[in-house]
Ligand binder design. Structure first.
Ligand code: NAD
Length: 465
C-alpha cells in the first residue's frame, strides 16, 4: 500500500460511513417517531439528565482541553444549557401548535393554518471555544422541533469531543442522534451529503465554505459566526461598573468568546481614569499574575497562541503582555495608541488582548464602526437615553448590551445571532425551535360553495378592484 492509496481508502471509508449514518437517520425520521411531542419531551429530559449527571466529567474534559475553571465551565457551558432545556420543555407544546390565521378577500370562504414541521435530518457543526455548550445548544432546538441530528464537534478540543460522542451514544439511538468526530476532512465529507438543515457555529471564513457546500443541495443554513465586536464607553458611563463588566466579558475564557468585546472606544474625558480602573479590575478578578492563576483559561493551541503573540507588539502595551509559551497562556493585555492599520485591528482577535481607542465625537465612532463588517455584538456604556437610541439606530449588529457585556446570549428570551458577516439566522429559546422548523402554510377551502372571484370575468375584476 502506498501512503496516498491508504489515505484515499480512509477518505472513501469515511464517506461511506457518513452516507450510512444519514441513510439510517432518514429512515428513522420517516417513521414519524421524532415528531411526537412525547418523544421530543422524553429526549429533552434525557438530555437534561445526561448533563446533570455528568457535570464533573464535562468540567474535567473542559479543564483538559482549555484549562477552564469549574466555575467558568458551570456558568458558561452547563448552567446555560440547563436553563435553555428548562425553557424549551416548558414552551415546546405551545410552539408546536398549528396557528390559525386570517383569510383574505381572495381566499374568502377558506381557513388558513400554519403548521410547524421539522426540517428532517440536520447537521450541527460546532467550534472549540465553548465546545460542550455550542454542540448541545443547537441540539435542543433540533430535538424540540422533531428532527434527527448528527453533531460534528471541534477536533481542537478532543477530550470534550470524545465525551460528547460517548454521552450521546450512551443515551440516544444513532439513527436519532449521533456524533461524528474528526477534523476538516470529516466535516467536508458530511457536507457532501444532502441535509435538510445545517447549523454551523464557527469562523466567518469557514462559514462561507459551509454555505457554498449547502448551496449544492439548496440546504438552508444557520450560520453563527464571529467578528470584531466593539465596546463604547461614553463619558457619562459609571466607570467602575463599566470596567468590571468589560474586563469580565473580555477575559472570560481568555478572550476566546464569539461575543467578547474585541476592542474598546473610550471617551477622551474619562480615558485615563477608565484604564486605571480596568487594571484594578483585571487584578481583582485574576490577581497580579493571571498566568499563574489556575482559573485563567489557556489559548486552545500553538497555532492560535502564535497568532495572538504577534499582536502583543502593536501600539503600546499599557498592561500585561507576558506569556507562558509552554502552556499557551497569554496575560490579560491592554494595548493603547492603536490605529486601524495595526494587524490587531484587521481581524477578530479571539484572545485576551484588548486594544483601547480614544474618541471625542460619538459620530466618528459610529462612522468608523459602520465602515467595518457588521459585528456580532456591540456594547455601550452610557445611561444617556439619547446616546443609547443613537447607537441602536445608526449601527447594524447582531445583538448586544447596554451597560453590560456578553450576558445577552444567556437569556432564552432573546434570539441570538449575527447579521451580515457575523451570521445568518438566530437561536436560543423560541428562536432555536424556529431555526429547525419549516412553517407549512395551508389553505383549507370550503367545498360548500365555489366563489367566482378568481375566474376571469368583468364582474370578478370589478369586485377585486
Ligand atoms: P472554525 O470555523 O475554524 O471551525 C468550526 C468547525 O468547523 C469545527 O468543527 C471545524 O472542524 C469545522 N471546519 C473547519 N474548517 C472546515 C472546512 N474547511 N470545512 C468544513 N468544516 C470545517 O472555528 P473555530 O476556530 O472552531 O471557532 C472560532 C470562531 O467561531 C470564531 O470566529 C468565533 O467568533 C466563532 N464563534 C461564533 C459563535 C457564535 O455563536 N456566533 C460561537 C463561538 C464561536
Amino acid at each position: 500500500f502506498s501512503c496516498r492509496r491508504y489515505i484515499k481508502l480512509k477518505i472513501e471509508r469515511g464517506k461511506s460511513m457518513e452516507k450510512n449514518i444519514l441513510a439510517q437517520q432518514k429512515a428513522f425520521f420517516h417513521t414519524g417517531k421524532t415528531k411526537a411531542l412525547t418523544y421530543r419531551l422524553d429526549a429533552l429530559y434525557t438530555l437534561r439528565s445526561l448533563i446533570k449527571e455528568n457535570e464533573s466529567s464535562i468540567a474535567e474534559a473542559l479543564q483538559k482541553d482549555l484549562r477552564k475553571s469549574f466555575f467558568d465551565s458551570f456558568l458558561t457551558e452547563i448552567a446555560v444549557l440547563l436553563e435553555e432545556i428548562k425553557f424549551t420543555i416548558k414552551h415546546v407544546k405551545k410552539w408546536s401548535r398549528p396557528a390559525k390565521v386570517k383569510s383574505s378577500l381572495t381566499t374568502f370562504g377558506s381557513k388558513s393554518m400554519i403548521y410547524p414541521e421539522p426540517y428532517g435530518n440536520t447537521l450541527i457543526i460546532a467550534p472549540w471555544n465553548y465546545p460542550f455548550q455550542l454542540a448541545i445548544a443547537p441540539l435542543i432546538g433540533a430535538i424540540a422541533a422533531g428532527n434527527t441530528a448528527v453533531i460534528k464537534p471541534s477536533e481542537l478540543t478532543p477530550h470534550t469531543s470524545r465525551l460528547i460522542a460517548h454521552l450521546i451514544e450512551e443515551h440516544f439511538p444513532a439513527e436519532y442522534i449521533t456524533v461524528v468526530e474528526g477534523g476538516v476532512e470529516v466535516s467536508e465529507n458530511l457536507l457532501e451529503e444532502s441535509w435538510d438543515h445545517i447549523f454551523f457555529t464557527g469562523s466567518v471564513a469557514v462559514g462561507r465554505h459551509i454555505m457554498k457546500a449547502a448551496a449544492n443541495h439548496l440546504t438552508p443554513v444557520t450560520l453563527e459566526l464571529g467578528g470584531k465586536s466593539p465596546a463604547i464607553i461614553h463619558h457619562d458611563a459609571q466607570i467602575n461598573h463599566a470596567a468590571k463588566r468589560l474586563v469580565w466579558g473580555k477575559f472570560l475564557n481568555a478572550g476566546q468568546t464569539c461575543v467578547a468585546p474585541d476592542f474598546v472606544y473610550v471617551h477622551q474625558e474619562i480615558h485615563d481614569k477608565f484604564l486605571k480602573e480596568v487594571t484594578a479590575q483585571i487584578e481583582s478578578l485574576y490577581g497580579e499574575n493571571a498566568i499563574e492563576n489556575t482559573s485563567y483559561t489557556k489559548i486552545v493551541n500553538e497555532k492560535h497562541f502564535k497568532r495572538l503573540s504577534t499582536f502583543l507588539t502593536n501600539g503600546q502595551s499599557y498592561y500585561g503582555g507576558r506569556v507562558d509559551e509552554s502552556n499557551h497562556l497569554i496575560e490579560p493585555t491592554i494595548l493603547t495608541e492603536i490605529n486601524w492599520q495595526d494587524p490587531v485591528m484587521q481581524d477578530e482577535i479571539f484572545g485576551p488582548i484588548l486594544p483601547v481607542l480614544c474618541y471625542k465625537e460619538l459620530d466618528d465612532v459610529i462612522s468608523k464602526i459602520n465602515e467595518q463588517p457588521k459585528p456580532l455584538a456591540l456594547y455601550l456604556f452610557s445611561d444617556d437615553k439619547k446616546v443609547q437610541q443613537k447607537i441602536l439606530q445608526s449601527i447594524s449588529f447582531g445583538g448586544g448590551c447596554i451597560n453590560d457585556t456578553v450576558m445577552h446570549l444567556s437569556s432564552p428570551h432573546l434570539p441570538f445571532g449575527g447579521v451580515g458577516n457575523s451570521g445568518i439566522g438566530s437561536y436560543h429559546g423560541r428562536a432555536s425551535f424556529d431555526a429547525f422548523t419549516h412553517y407549512k402554510s395551508i389553505l383549507k377551502q370550503t367545498t360548500k360553495v365555489d366563489f367566482p372571484f378568481r375566474y376571469p370575468s368583468e364582474k370578478s375584476l370589478k369586485l377585486l378592484k
